[in-house]
Design a protein around this ligand. Sequence first.
Ligand code: HEM
Length: 399
Amino acid sequence: MTTSTARDLYYDPWDVALNADPYPMFKRFRDQAPLYYNEPHDFYAVSRFEDVNRTLVDYRTFSSARGVVLEILKSGMEIPPGVLIFEDPPIHDIHRNLLSRAFTPKKINALEPMIREFTIRCLDQVDGDTFDFVKHVGAIMPLRVVSMLFGIPEHFQQRVQEDGDRHVRTERGGQMTDNPDGAITNGEVFADFIDWRATNPSDDLTSELLEAEFEDETGVVRRLRREELLMFMNVVAVAGAETTTRLIGWTGKLLSEYPDQRRLLAADRSLLGGALEEILRYEPPALQAARYVTQDVEFHGQVVPQGSAILTLIGAANRDERRFGDTAEDFDVTRKGKQHITFGVGAHYCLGNALARMEGRVALDEILNRFPDWEVDLDNAVFSSSSAVRGWDSMPARV
Ligand code: HEM
């Protein structure tokens, strides 16, 4: 197998038309060009599960510190401190340890009743026989949950959403670095809230982080700087809301296309956990993650030179027959066996994975309670054009 630049074998993460269904192309990459080189945009890509896994695990060779969104990495822009998804150990681990206080199993489990209540409130807003998976639930509930974690009052949450959208969303075929407001938000949207919380402490994560003392990478024991805290909140809001929004849109689409499987789930809710895993595997909201290559490294007999950008095609790895067998391309909510790589792996393994899984499961459970049958209206669905997160801005269904 060799690196391929063949014209008919082409992947461009900013090509909205190609992104509408990248899976046939992904299969060809796995089979014909497991190490792919894109000449016009000068990046490499790996597509087999084993290669994606290896790349994400080896943070020394494949660095996150220049950004994990391809256009941010390629731009060479300066990454502000506190964006832990764009950091390497040791500073990454220090920041992650601080933030992980909010994501203990006990804290996440305690959120379930509130997630259920929010979802029911969202479903109460549906008027008539059209329900939109994204607009009614997906775009609202996950952000509420993140806000709840931080103790952000409800009236303030809309601003947070708008700020995140402005930064993650791109024009058709556009790149995040084209954004006139900057590709990475500075988190200023949270500033008023943080200042208020500093003088009005509560039992939320923000108060805990404001108080937390830690040893930084230079050995100094200190508290988080204001800009670091702002960035933390921003990363969680963007990483935690947008992705789960897309998961709920994909859930609506897939279970409309496979009504027998939907009926199975409606009748036996013990299958919901497994079904969620299959939805996550089949349509991962974060289709790819980029890395910067810190030293020459070999894939399939070809050298990827130090200084290159490499894309890990998570969506391609999730359908790799070498891992998931002959039925890898099939959607099957009763599938058992190997884990997908939708939440990444290694140092950056998604901190919110348990929360996202719970949100997805509870949302589906409550939607099935309210609307056991639905058919999505793809003619009026709106595909989102972000290069970082793949999914739908609107997924209307007749219920
Ligand atoms: C279906 C929903 C989600 C998906 C598909 C997803 C996917 C991912 C992936 C692939 C990564 C690793 C990126 C990399 O290695 O470069 C990641 C990291 C992260 N995610 Fe998620 N995520 C989801 C939901 C959430 C939620 C709900 C939260 C929090 C509320 C969250 C917070 C984070 C954070 C903080 C990181 C950075 C971890 C680190 O750098 O150590 N995510 N996520």
